[in-house]
Design a protein. Structure first.
Length: 71
């Protein structure tokens, strides 16, 4: 399997996992004594959710060229 197809399939898992971590971090950040931990968890969750897009943006995985449609 090519890396681009694997990235496309695992993108939903990364988005859901990152969303859950981010929501947990924001919930934890509501307490004043846990604000730093919650904020860092929220940033980590965002990075997890955005990792498929960031991997493509940095050029680590290149999309497969699609041929032109026949007329």
């Amino acid at each position: 399997m090519i890396p681009y197809a694997l990235l496309q399939m695992s993108g939903y898992v990364f988005n859901i996992l990152g969303l859950l971590v981010c929501i947990g971090g924001l919930t934890l950040a509501r307490r004043p004594e846990r604000r730093l931990l919650g904020g860092s968890l929220a940033v980590l969750g965002f990075l997890i959710a955005a990792s498929p897009v960031l991997v493509q943006l940095l050029g680590l995985v290149e999309p497969v060229p699609v041929s032109a449609l026949p007329r």
